[in-house]
Design a protein around this ligand. Structure first.
Ligand SMILES: [Zn+2]
Length: 650
């Protein structure tokens, strides 16, 4: 099957070693000035974002094609790992097929119990027992419609950023269980206690083997299926950044993907898999990553090889290793497979080797995973997974997720699973991802406790099969809210659930509440700095550079300084204490440095500048000397010997 080409073309301005990079297996006929980043268009990447400035270019191209082709013009820089979650979300109604299908009536939907067994749904019977959890489900608000309940409801722990203390797992697992989770996806990255040749890979604050054993015992207590995730192709920044493993990069400038043509690369992968498997003896699935392998086919060994073949042969080799040696089923992220011809996937027998995890975090799932992809997958794979998100998908530096946007994504996935599951022997379940960083080298995004209200409403929704306001009764109980509000939740006025969950006392709730105080405090700083340094005329950059101002007006500007500055320093203490309940001191310091300290620095800089502005007791005659730095633009170049000083007519 020929799938529609769906491309974002990029140019990288600094690319010393390799010229322009071709990022995936698309035909190579295009200009070498354009870099196809096909996955960006198809599904976005997991954790990366196209800068806002590129959106209009993307959107224009989207409009020209029924399923959307995003083109970033040559010369525009796009994040190499380029994901457009915000861009995805902004797309609405571009794909007529998607619109027609999403929400279309499907009388043949069936329910699936927690063990994956499918039974016809009887519209007249609105109650059923969840056999795994012995909970009675009430059909509230969904009439007699059929709906789909994924068998496995998996919570993703992205430990590459802000890894929780082990004690937090103990607190949070019962909460997740009560909300309907029955599995966890553990993405250790550098938090795993690697040994031997991999010892340098572990972070200095990595979990110990005992820590991991404790986490796994807790998972077992709560009957959670455990799926570890190890990277085996792309997103190996945490390994390839190190001098010990630099030689294994496909592109030396970018420590993201390994070269699949070197034996040492496969040795590395074997070590990673063996060590992680040694601590997980009884698992059924191992997620082997393989997403966003943009650097494929560039090194001297790979450049003449077909990129699809390069990708698939490495994935197949890894999968065979996992199956033969460890007797578990490998899962892969699906983004690299989306554009590949069905015959290609069959040629490499991928359907007998791996189970794809189809991911997208927007509400229009079909826009990024269109029907032809589902058709292709169903011809190749008997088993398939879905991945949604509860946080970490709509902005790399957010502190708290937009609950509505994530809920819409999860609801959309329920519809898609209801429509697509019959094409497969088994739709295994859904992983609700919660990214903590967009990649290993990025700063933190929303922290787990800040996203917990979002996760709980998403879990309740996928466990019920659809969202209804009545879920908030359970929500209040699970999150230990003292005030049970009877009014409906209005996501428009309360997008983060700051109001709804303000009196909830779940593990880590102080972090969640702190994000609201943080938001208010930094807004005050931004408003204040705008007022006194941009809006008003006595503390602007010009005043500071020329050290000229009205001392009285400077004093007026400083009148509100304390009321803006001191809440910030108080916030540091609040944040510190809240974060310490969940995280180690490294994460506490990282979050505060990233999210509060820059505002303190800005405020203290203003104070220092204001102090200097008030020092002069006499002031220079006007005109003030032009800024030297403007001379490179031929501005302010004045011949002092010229009596006219520029006043003469040209
Ligand atoms: Zn290579």
């Amino acid at each position: 099957m020929i799938m529609s080409v769906f491309v974002v073309c990029l140019q990288f301005s600094s690319n010393a070693n390799n010229g322009h990079l071709l990022a995936n297996g698309l035909p190579d006929s295009r200009s070498r000035d354009e870099i196809p980043l096909g996955m960006v268009g198809v599904g976005g990447s997991h954790k990366t974002l196209i800068p806002r400035r590129n959106l209009s270019a993307l959107n224009q191209r989207q409009d020209q094609n029924s399923i959307g082709v995003g083109i970033v013009k040559p010369g525009q820089l796009v994040d190499m790992s380029g994901k457009p979650p915000r861009y995805q979300q902004q797309q609405s109604g571009g794909d007529p097929r998607a619109i027609n299908y999403v929400g279309s009536p499907d009388n043949n939907r069936i329910q699936v119990y927690g063990d994956g067994k499918a039974v016809p749904n009887n519209p007249s019977n609105n109650n059923w027992q969840d056999q795994q959890q012995s909970k009675t489900w009430q059909n509230n608000g969904n009439g007699g419609n059929n709906y789909y309940i994924p068998a496995l409801r998996v919570v993703h722990f992205d430990l590459k950023g802000a890894p929780p203390k082990v004690s937090y797992f103990k607190q949070i697992f019962p909460v997740l269980k009560e909300a309907g989770a029955n599995a966890i996806l553990l993405e250790y990255e550098d938090m795993f206690p690697f040994t031997g040749p991999l010892a340098p890979v572990s972070a200095k604050n990595a979990y110990s083997k005992e820590d991991i054993q404790t986490i796994l015992n807790l998972a077992k207590t709560h009957h959670f299926e455990v799926i570890p995730l190890v990277q085996t192709f792309g997103h190996l920044e945490f390994v390839l950044k190190l001098k010990e493993f630099r030689d294994l990069r496909e592109v030396d400038d970018f420590p993201q993907a390994i070269c699949p043509s070197r034996n040492e690369s496969f040795n590395l992968v074997e070590h990673i898999i063996d060590q992680v498997m040694a601590l997980h003896p009884n698992i059924r699935w191992l997620h082997v990553g393989c997403d966003e392998v943009y650097h494929l086919g560039y090194c001297s060994k790979c450049m003449r090889l077909d990129r699809d073949n390069l990708f698939l042969s490495h994935v197949a080799r890894v999968a065979r290793y996992v199956r033969d040696k460890h007797k578990v089923i490998p899962i892969v992220w699906d983004d690299m497979l989306r554009q590949m011809p069905t015959e290609k996937l069959k040629e490499f027998q991928l359907g007998t080797l791996v189970e794809p995890m189809v991911w997208t975090y927007v509400k229009d799932v079909y826009r990024f995973v269109p029907y032809n992809v589902w058709m292709s997958y169903s011809e190749v794979f008997p088993f398939v997974w879905a991945a949604s998100a509860f946080k970490g998908a709509f902005g790399e530096t957010l502190t708290v997720p937009n609950v509505k946007m994530h809920l819409e994504n999860n609801e959309a996935w329920l519809e898609v699973m209801a429509e697509q599951h019959k094409k497969f022997s088994n739709f295994r379940g859904i992983v609700i991802t919660g990214w903590q960083r967009y990649d290993h080298l990025a700063t933190l995004c929303e922290l787990f406790p800040a996203g917990l209200p979002s996760l709980i409403i998403d879990l309740l929704t996928v466990t019920q099969g659809y969202f209804s306001q009545t879920l908030f009764t359970k929500f209040h109980n699970i999150l230990q809210c003292t005030v049970h509000q009877r009014v409906q939740v209005d996501f428009e006025t309360d997008p983060h659930l700051w109001q709804r969950a303000s009196s909830c006392f779940f593990p880590g709730s102080a972090v969640f509440r702190m994000t609201q105080h943080h938001s208010e405090a930094v807004k005050r700083v931004d408003d204040y700095l705008y007022d006194v340094t941009i809006h008003k005329a006595w503390m602007t950059e010009y005043n500071v550079r020329h050290n000229i101002s009205s001392p009285m007006r400077v004093d007026e500007g400083l009148a509100d300084y304390s009321s803006v500055y001191y809440p910030l320093t108080s916030l540091v203490r609040t944040a510190r204490d809240a974060l310490r309940e969940v995280f180690d001191e490294y994460t506490v310091a990282e979050w505060i440095e990233q999210n509060i300290y820059p505002y303190i620095v800005k405020m203290e800089k203003l104070w220092k500048e204001a102090t200097n502005l008030k020092k002069p007791k006499v002031w220079p005659k006007r005109p003030l000397p032009p800024l030297d730095l403007l001379k490179k633009y031929s501005v302010g170049v004045i011949n002092e010997d010229d009596d006219d000083l520029g006043h003469a007519a040209a």
